[in-house]
Design a protein around this ligand. Structure first.
Ligand code: SAH
Ligand code: SF4
Length: 375
């Protein structure tokens, strides 16, 4: 590489928003707005519909233009550091976004319409829910929109799901339930959702994209307005006292405020219900009285209830409720009209289940990251 190349290393367009791609092309080739939009549309289809990783594959673009494009741009994926496959078919990926920045994502077959990809929005988390493995890792940083989209592209490569509208596709749903709190990175999450829901690209419907939050009340309306995504709430307790302990952000936004924001979530209706997640912790939040209180609290909110058997991790200070207890709890919830409320744990053998994700990335000084990047 020459010094000039280092000043202008090729820009990665994989994961870019359509507007950013249009701007990048306009400035690289001095195009007017209309030409730039047309060129972007052409490239967009190759990248997000066909899964191209090389400009040479773009047969409807002239050869000279392709050569120019490859001088200035790349179509790169996050580096796959590790892939583990569970006995139940769940796949866990450790992806390296940049030096020292690693995040996990998990593909779970046979959920949603076909299969769901659980993506991360941050490396680590600023919140410290004591039952969550990610919560024991400090926040390293937010993932960029491109890095969130990069998870989807890398997994589609692995599943060989190109072109994106192939029949029988296995990846049909996206859940933001990996590492991090998506509503503390909402701008990037919203941009990523724009990209993956674009009908001329990856084309995953917004109704099949679910964002899970621990309850960042002031951001919930914007999530609904900007993304039209489905909402999931990590409730986990029916009293403020207990929720203050299990989901410490509750000290800032109480259960009453949270449920109020749910009632006012844009687009909420019986056809677009909010999922309430409730982790089953032995002797902590799993009595019949709490099941009844849960049903009472959710009255009037179009809701689904998801009971999540606690997934253990090394050193976790909780145990999963006994199976009879979970069933007794589920029975009460069921009788109140909520169907099949227990979420079967998936990928536990490879620590890929809810709340088991954690990367070895640690927070470093920016100077150390820059140093590594230049190696
Ligand atoms: N930060 C967001 C999204 C990521 S967590 C949130 O908290 O909602 C995805 C879901 O897994 C949340 O409901 C979370 O509370 C739950 N979870 C975390 N640790 C878990 C564990 N060890 N066992 C089962 N569920 C867990
Ligand atoms: Fe963060 Fe969600 Fe884990 Fe709580 S449950 S620590 S909000 S990732």
């Amino acid at each position: 590489m020459t010094a000039a190349d280092l000043q202008h290393p090729p820009t990665n367009i994989a994961g870019m928003h359509r507007a950013a791609l249009t701007d990048a092309l306009a400035s690289a080739f001095d195009l007017d707005a209309k030409k730039a939009r047309m060129r972007a549309a052409q490239i967009w289809r190759w990248v997000y519909h066909a899964g191209a990783t090389d400009f040479d594959a773009m047969t409807n673009i002239g050869k000279e233009m392709r050569a120019e494009l490859s001088k200035r741009f790349t179509i790169a994926r996050p580096e796959m550091v590790e892939r583990q496959i569970s006995t139940d078919g769940t796949r866990k990926y450790l992806l390296r976004m940049a030096p020292g920045i690693e995040a996990e994502c998990v593909f779970i077959p046979d959920v949603g319409r076909a299969g769901a990809l659980c993506v991360s929005s941050q490396v680590g988390c600023t919140l410290n829910c004591p039952f969550c493995h990610t919560g024991s890792q400090n926040l390293v940083r937010n993932l960029t929109a491109a890095e969130i989209v990069g998870q989807v592209l890398a997994v589609k490569d692995d599943l060989e799901e190109w072109p994106s509208d192939a029949e029988e596709r296995r990846l049909s749903n996206i859940v933001f339930m990996g590492m991090g709190e998506p509503l503390y990175n909402l701008d990037n999450v919203a941009t990523a959702i724009d990209v993956i829901s674009d009908g001329e690209g990856v084309s995953l419907s917004r109704r099949r994209i679910t964002v899970s939050t621990s309850g960042i009340v002031p951001e919930m309306r914007r999530l609904g307005e900007e993304t039209s995504a489905m909402l999931a709430i990590s409730l986990h307790a029916t009293s403020d006292d207990l929720r203050n302990e299990l989901v410490p952000i509750n000290r800032k936004y109480s259960i009453a405020e949270l449920l109020d924001a749910c009632r006012n979530y844009p687009g909420v209706s019986n056809a677009r219900r909010i999922t309430f997640e409730y982790v089953m912790l032995k002797g902590v939040n799993d009595t019949d009285a709490e099941a009844r209180e849960l049903v009472r609290l959710l009255k009037g909110i179009p809701a689904k209830i998801n009971l999540i058997p606690f997934n253990p991790w090394p050193g976790a200070p909780y145990e999963c409720s006994d199976w009879d207890r979970i069933e007794a709890f589920a029975d009460i919830v069921n009788r109140a009209g909520y169907a099949s409320p227990i979420r079967t744990p998936r990928g536990r053998d490879i620590l890929a289940a809810c709340g088991q994700l954690k990367s070895s990335s640690v927070k470093k000084r920016a100077s150390a990251i820059r140093r590594e990047a230049n190696l």
